[in-house]
Design a protein around this ligand. Structure first.
Ligand code: NAP
Length: 502
């Protein structure tokens, strides 16, 4: 392609979920308006655009699941439905003038740093090329929906769907349904199906830890209060943030020092099962044999009671094969089903999942290959040596908060501090120093022994938190408050700044 066919902007952001929108708002805030957001789909919202299964709600209090600078006063309840979260993404993109920067239907194939021009060349599947000084990946955590690897699944003769690609046209009335998986998605979707289907078979490999959901409806009085006196919503946000910080930041990342936090929650989880499930054998099957939070726990008041119903079976024998409309389990039982729902999650930390496209830095180094040979890591979860002018909103070890917005907040702050420092120094080249990166990796390795996943018993959890190397790059061994302070104070001497543009 000739140079004239290439589009030039100062910054390319890839992805228009909350991370991409958050990065864009921050760029505008610091006066960098020349950017484009490349989005593969025809709508914005990332995970909240793609996931539309029945029962979807956010599993973090909505007061914390939002940008601090854009509180939404009319959430219908504390744990808002997915459709409201998606509407919030639309609203923010509109209010902050981000929507007009989004180019839809632009699937990025790869991005390559051109050393001679100090430019990132981002190539789309269509062949189009965008050149930019800065590149920001905001492609989230999840890869494509993952179907279970089960012998014969492709020959299933009934209707099959993944929760991440819900088929709303399917009528469940009177059908024999099966759900594979009992993660945070399954526990939301299963209670929505039981009234319609004639029978529901739930195939559980590993049970999930569940706590009672402290959900409340925000009636018109509460909404009016939030609108007229915004400080009341700020107070509630402070409370939900603090609880998240105690449970997640301290309970998880300082598990060695504060083991009692999760021990208490484990007891709450056990008594939740006892109070909602009458059959002792069922209770036993639903009780996890690993420590609380080895994998993402969730909240629900309606999941366990489902198993008291006559038209629901919990199947814990492993699935051997699928032939036509029959799921055969290891005990030889043949389960005949009309519709199979795979609540089997997504690929996470794997090559070209984070980020979701090939990224070539200095000397043609590809970031996914580099991490495969070494280990997933990034300085403060955002920058990597040899990848100048490149910022990952969600990178390895960037998240220390139960809410995705906590992560966005610290990462975009870190990014804009680098960009502002570059402008001040009249530089257009920003690269994190190798020694800063190495020091951060050593720090994480030292601190991670305090985390629940390394301090507790997670052997029987099959947790997707662990990557192929046994690391947990999804969660930084830190508190959100610690990350927030660091993002404000991170020393710019950790970076090389230069003037390289031609
Ligand atoms: P997930 O947590 O990865 O759970 C997948 C489930 O499928 C697990 O129970 C897994 O069993 C099971 N599974 C996978 N392959 C299987 C096989 N071959 N045979 C039998 N079982 C199999 O996926 P998810 O529930 O979709 O959740 C994905 C992420 O979305 C999580 O991070 C969750 O927290 C998040 N989420 C967030 C919200 C929200 O409101 N913010 C809502 C829902 C989900 P094993 O455990 O044995 O592997």
């Amino acid at each position: 392609m000739s140079n004239t066919n290439k589009k030039h902007v100062e910054t390319v952001i890839v992805g228009s979920g909350f991370s991409g929108i958050g990065a864009a708002i921050e760029l505008k805030r610091i006066g960098m308006h020349d950017f484009v957001i490349l989005e593969k789909a025809n709508d914005l919202g990332g995970t909240w655009r793609d996931n539309t299964y029945p029962g979807l709600t956010v599993d973090v209090a909505s007061t914390s699941y939002s940008y601090g600078f854009a509180p939404k006063s009319d959430w219908s309840r504390l744990y808002a439905p997915g459709s409201e979260v998606k509407a919030y993404a639309d609203e923010c993109a509109l209010t902050f003038g981000i929507r007009e920067h989004i180019n839809f239907g632009k699937q990025v194939k790869c991005s390559r740093y051109d050393q001679s021009a100090n430019l990132w060349e981002t190539t789309l599947e269509s062949g189009e090329v965008y050149c930019s000084t800065y590149l920001v990946s905001a492609t989230g955590l999840f890869g494509p929906p993952k179907l279970p690897e089960i012998d014969g699944i492709e020959s299933f003769s009934g209707h099959i769907m993944h929760t991440g690609q819900w088929d709303h046209s399917y009528d469940f009335k009177g059908k024999r349904a099966a759900v594979i998986g009992t993660g945070a998605t399954a526990i939301q979707v299963i209670p929505e199906l039981v009234d319609d289907v004639s029978h529901l078979a739930v195939f559980q490999r590993t049970p999930i830890w569940l706590l009672p959901k402290p959900d409340v409806v925000f009636n018109k009085w509460v909404k009016n209060l939030f609108r007229i006196l915004p400080v009341t919503q700020r107070i509630l946000r402070f409370i939900t943030h603090t609880l998240n910080e105690i449970l997640f930041g301290i309970g998880f990342s300082h598990n060695r020092q504060f083991p009692w936090i999760f021990k208490c929650l484990k007891k709450v989880g056990i008594s939740h099962i006892r109070s909602q499930v009458s059959d002792p054998e069922l209770r036993e099957k639903l009780t996890p044999a690993y420590d609380f939070f080895c994998k993402r726990p969730s909240f629900s008041n309606v999941y366990y009671p489902v198993f008291n119903r006559d038209n629901v079976s919990l199947i814990t024998e492993g699935i051997e094969s699928i032939r036509d409309d029959v799921i055969e389990t290891s005990d030889g039982h043949k389960h005949v089903v009309d519709v199979l729902i795979c609540a089997t999650g997504f690929s996470v930390f794997d090559k070209n999942i984070v980020p979701a496209f090939q990224t070539y830095g200095l000397d043609g180094l590809e970031i996914g290959e580099y991490w495969e040979e070494n280990r997933f890591s990034a300085f403060q979860g955002i920058t990597v040596p040899k990848f100048p002018n490149y910022f990952m909103i969600f990178g390895p070890y960037s998240a220390a908060s139960a809410s995705w917005f906590g992560m966005i907040d610290t990462q975009v702050r870190h990014m804009s501090r680098c960009l502002k420092a570059a402008k001040k120094k009249n530089a257009d080249y920003i690269e994190v120093k190798q020694e800063a990166y190495d020091k951060d990796v050593r720090h994480i390795m030292r601190r991670r022994k305090d985390q629940l996943v390394f301090n507790g018993d997670c052997t029987r959890s099959r947790s997707y938190y662990f990557d192929k190397k046994g690391d947990v790059p999804l969660i930084r061994p830190a508190t959100q408050l610690g990350m927030w302070i660091r993002s404000h104070l991170v020393r710019m001497s950790n970076y090389k700044f230069d003037q390289r543009g031609v």
